[in-house]
Design a protein around this ligand. Sequence first.
Ligand code: BGC
Length: 481
Amino acid sequence: MAVSSLPGAPDKDLVNQIKRLEELFTIDTATLKKITHHFVDELTRGLSVEGGSIPMNPTWVMSEPTGHETGEYLALDFGGTNLRVCQVTLKERNFDIIQSKWRIREELKTGVAEELWDFLADCLHQFIETHHGPITNNTMDKIPLGFTFSYPATQNYIDEGTLQWWTKGFDIAGVEGHNVVPMFEAALRQRGVPVKLIALVNDTTGTLIASAYANLHMKIGCIFGTGCNAAYIEDCGSIPKLAHLNLPSNTPMVINCEWGAFNHRTLPRTPYDTSIDKASPRPGQQAFEKMVAGLYLGEIFRLIMVDLHSNPETHVFAGQDMSKLQNPYSLDSSFLAAIEEDPTDNLSNTLELFQTQLNISPNLPELQLIRRTAELIGTRAARLSACGVAAISIKKGYASCHVGADGSVFQKYPHFKARGAQALREILDWPAKQDPGEEDPIEILPAEDGSGVGAALIAALTLRRVQEGNMHGILHPERFS
Ligand code: BGC
């Protein structure tokens, strides 16, 4: 979109600003390839005893579903934005689900730990009473629970997990460095909630397993949402940091990469990324996530707009009320999605969005600057995300496979899938498609509900493993009787 050709376009300064932003945010093929190369190295380093920037957490999920899993399970999905309780009935490659959702209040994200565990236990309690009737002491059989805890956790066992560090803006004291399961179970006990925690699960692990339940070609599970991450299956023989356990080398182990932590000097961070990092509760951490995940996309955009306004050369939003735009994290990725979705030539939907949400009335050249900025941020996120998918595929030697993806950015951000697919094509040097309907060798497809159905399946797989006497990675066998 050529700003200078617009009627009334003020001056070349806006055009120069667009050029500057294009230079900062565009990632060419050569850079994508370099980033991917270092990403592969970091995946490998993360599996070593010394470690690297990416945690590469073994999850103790050691088998894929056969498709014959059955039974009734609860899943508690504690992600970045909502809390969800699901009752999942597995029925041989099929399932029924009933669920309730609660918004996680902002104060809870930076509050005290007890309030968090109480909130989780209260929601479970409420759900069980609604769907199973009043909870009376000790009269109910305990329902097996998969707890989807979507933060980096070290797991020596599947039924425990030590929080490495909070992500996605959470900052609750007294949890990092601790096993979260006993804290959560204490809150359950206090309320007499009749559940037994079978597995602590990352959302990516759940996504991988739920997707593999329905589609055997699924090799990678990804979340592109408030946060970003992926899981895949490694052979225990390729995990030097588990060598001391002498597990058979061909035993599968799902690895929760925690790739949001990827950091390398090849990442083309802009001054806006640096500001986000500095102002975050955990500066220096989750470098990759802060460039691509939904929590940050709107904030990157906001910082650019504030910067352009304060630049005396550009006069962007001159004379307008900037008070709303000055508010950190006031714009989420759905705001950018709406800008990119505006089908009107004169960007009238974007104008309305700015007027209603920000009390700002941009002129046409400013609207075009806004649109281009959103495109640049969204495109960069999709292209960087593709580096992670390419890196796992290269590491595992997958020339073709399916990748199950979930999360608000993947589901709702316009063009995210097409931009990601284009970047994968560039990184992996795929030849041009012969026919537009042709599948790409590596396809990123919408996943099954990993945090609900996936967590239930993992609980089922774990119970089966215990019944078979395979006790690797089980801390409390008594829980499973
Ligand atoms: C967390 C991961 C999670 C991802 C997607 C990241 O911030 O560290 O554990 O999988 O968000 O929810």
